[in-house]
Design a protein around this ligand. Structure first.
Ligand code: ADP
Length: 494
């Protein structure tokens, strides 16, 4: 009997595996930490073999700990850190270079060479020209490893994001494939015709022979024969899109925000891509049975990290959890605004040279007020991104679904609902990233019949209803806007 879905969540700091029941519940999990390598300042790399070994380890541990047998698994889902780039030898299956991690800035100079093409790139891919995405990372590897360009042209080398690498290894080299959500982060994929783009490939001088086949998110990605027989990979999706699916944001306008170190917001915008004028990314959410769903994506650089800053730099709190307890000692911020633009400002301001500031201090303002202001800053910044999405997608926000470490903070979630004037919903299982790939795999293998089936087993643990008067919310947000403007006056480069 096929009783479980096995979902792999391959992230930057760890690899996790979970078993999901027919009721959509997480039953068991296993996790392995991963190392990052920093060969030069700003460079971030990983050992692709270590990534693969961590996948083998978590699957083995999960089966041993749970006592579940391989033939009880209906299918496998994979979700992964996006954009991270691996190039390997087709014959030996060995990487020719470390994996270059999404965060790495080592290809900034390569990107600078394409500055005059940034509009063309944005129009085809929905992305901003940036070292994050895979194209410049592939170029870097082909330039750096001797003879690699020629070997790639002759079809001896293969490229993959981490999903593709894991699929290749799990199927013992039988399948070299990816899904459209991962492909759309390479900067080589045309999100309008949903194909690798010939013009972009020739621009970056990347041979098409290296590229994986792009198939729908719930297609058959191959048999995981490394582990045993008859279990197929039936759900593959990049991590943020996976969380969107795992939060059941299946309809237009439905959005999720992940409150981690930074915040990642995605809005389902349906079947027509909208290109942003304010720096949001347009990305493929998923393609199921030939039908593509797009998403707008935006992020906040310093989300939960502002609480880490309070913990480590001011030492007013001992751990992140305490922030809620201390902030609750005062009923409000006493007019204080905290703008944590420690590394510049993202959507919709795009101001690299801005730095953080605290405004409105009075003699009575204390650390409790400032802690509250720091928490509120996470909600204000998220609102700035969400407002941009609402404006550009021309869609209202009926509800915001939330996850990530800082979504455990009830004061923050209530304030988010108050200033957005919309319902905020926390799911029962906060492992939405792993759930998303699991749901897709279950759809692919017929474990669940359709999305209604999935929705019926997706439970909410808490709903935050708006309690604040709209006028009061508007007034507070106006104060935030003023604080942001004031912050931007001071530039580190002045
Ligand atoms: P990531 O996946 O980015 O590492 P997590 O989802 O694990 O992040 O969330 C960790 C972040 O959330 C940290 O920045 C931490 O300061 C913040 N955080 C965790 N718990 C709370 C809390 N109860 N209140 C506020 N912030 C929190």
């Amino acid at each position: 009997m096929k009783k479980y879905i096995l979902s792999i969540d391959q992230g930057t700091t760890s690899t996790r595996a979970i078993l999901i029941s027919q009721k959509g519940e997480k039953l068991f999990q296993a996790q392995r930490p991963l190392d990052c390598l920093y060969p030069n300042p700003g460079w971030v790399e990983q050992d692709a073999n270590q990534i693969w070994i961590s996948v083998v380890d978590v699957i083995n541990e999960l089966l041993i700990v749970s006592g579940v047998k391989w033939d009880e698994i209906s299918s496998i889902g994979i979700t992964n850190q996006r954009e991270t780039t691996i190039v390997w030898d087709k014959k030996t299956g060995q990487p020719i270079h470390n994996a270059i991690v999404w965060q790495s800035k080592q290809t900034q100079k390569i990107c600078d060479r394409f500055e005059s093409k940034k509009n063309l790139i944005a129009k085809k891919t929905g992305l901003r020209l940036n070292p994050y995405f895979s194209a410049s990372k592939i170029r870097f590897i082909l330039d750096k490893v001797k003879g690699a360009q020629k070997r790639a042209e002759e079809g001896e080398l293969l490229f993959g994001t981490v999903d593709t690498w894991i699929i290749y290894k799990m199927t013992k080299g039988a399948s070299h494939a990816t899904d459209p959500s991962n492909a759309s982060r390479t900067m080589l994929f045309n999100i309008f015709d949903m194909k690798w783009d010939e013009e972009l490939l020739s621009l970056w001088k990347i041979p098409s022979k290296m590229l994986p086949k792009v198939v729908d998110n719930t297609d058959d990605f191959g048999e995981a024969s490394f582990f045993g027989k008859d279990v197929h990979i039936r759900g593959v999706v990049g991590d943020q899109q996976s969380a969107l699916f795992g939060q059941c944001c299946f309809r237009e306008g439905e959005s999720k925000n992940t409150y981690g170190t930074g915040c990642f917001m995605l809005m389902n915008i349906g079947s027509k891509p909208v290109l942003s004028k304010s720096g949001l990314l347009t990305t493929v959410a998923w393609r199921i049975k030939g039908k593509t769903t797009y998403a707008l994506e935006g992020s906040v650089f310093i989300g939960g990290a502002v609480i880490q800053w309070l913990r480590d730099q001011t030492r007013w709190i001992e751990d992140s959890y305490d922030s809620e307890i201390y902030a609750a000692k005062k009923p409000d911020t006493a007019g204080v605004y905290f703008v944590p633009s420690f590394v510049g400002m993202g959507t919709p301001y795009w101001d690299d040279d801005a730095r953080g500031a605290i405004f409105g201090l009075t003699r009575g303002a204390d650390r409790h007020n400032i802690t509250r202001a720091a928490l509120y800053s996470i909600a204000y910044q998220s609102k700035d991104v969400i407002d941009t999405m609402i404006k550009e997608a021309k869609m209202p926000l009926p509800v915001l679904k939330v996850d990530g470490g800082a979504s455990a903070n009830k004061m923050l979630m209530q304030f988010q609902s108050d200033i957005l004037q919309c319902e905020v919903r926390l799911p029962r299982c906060v492992e939405t990233t792993a759930l998303g790939a699991g749901y897709l795999a279950g759809l692919g293998s017929g474990f669940w019949k359709n999305i209604d089936d999935i929705e019926s087993c997706h439970a909410t643990s808490q709903v935050f209803w708006t309690k604040m008067d709209p006028k009061e919310a508007k007034k507070l947000c106006k104060g935030w806007d003023k604080a942001v403007e004031a912050t931007r006056v001071y530039k580190i480069k002045d």
